[in-house]
Design a protein around this ligand. Sequence first.
Ligand SMILES: [Fe+2]
Length: 248
Amino acid sequence: MTIFNLFKKKSEARPIFAALGTDMHCHLIPQVDDGSKCMEESIDCLNTLKAVGYNKVIITPHFQHPRFPNTEEDIVRRYEEVIRAAREAGVEIEIAGIGGEYRIDSGFKPRLENPRFLKVADKYVLVEFSLHQQMMGCDEMIFDMQMKGYEVILAHPERYPYLSVGGTRMEQLKNQGVFFQVNALSLGGFYGEEARRRAFAMLDMGIIEFMGTDTHNNLYAQALTDLSCNRKVEKVLEKYEFLNNTLL
Ligand SMILES: [Fe+2]
């Protein structure tokens, strides 16, 4: 820590996300993925979500084979533990549901045959792509899900550099009726300049339906607190309509 950081005043959370109402993407079941490491960290993050304006949260652990071999049954059991701990700790945000963030990769196909998806608000299946490389057949798997009657939300499209903004593939996903969810922290540059620029471009194009925090741990929570003081982000929340407040 430099002497400047030492004296830098910590920003105070402002409730700029109140208009969204519900955060529908975060990793606050302890020790099931790369999210929070213990219940205390989950509680701290939940308190931050409340402080920046959310009144409800839906938790969405990773389902990714073989890295995070979670089962729906186990996640539901652990979710109930989080609810109990939050109640005991006096957490004020309502923990309003358990979903999942399903990675579409080579391990995904069997899920289509035996679908037990944990859905966001019992309605949407939140999916993500690889952050690094395009996998053949992803879009077809999404199409198959839709044919089976699932509503699909693609998490953070701004974070896939190979998915060109406004390109044919993105257009096709939108034409198929895939919902897009931007990460709030992308708007502040948390994932780098390219993701920030792509996020704003997609907002301008009117192709983003949801905003999520994708909170993993205290580092994200601090970034979210800082972001709540960002006037440009506050303007985004005033200017664009999101579907978060239709969820529950
Ligand atoms: Fe996530």
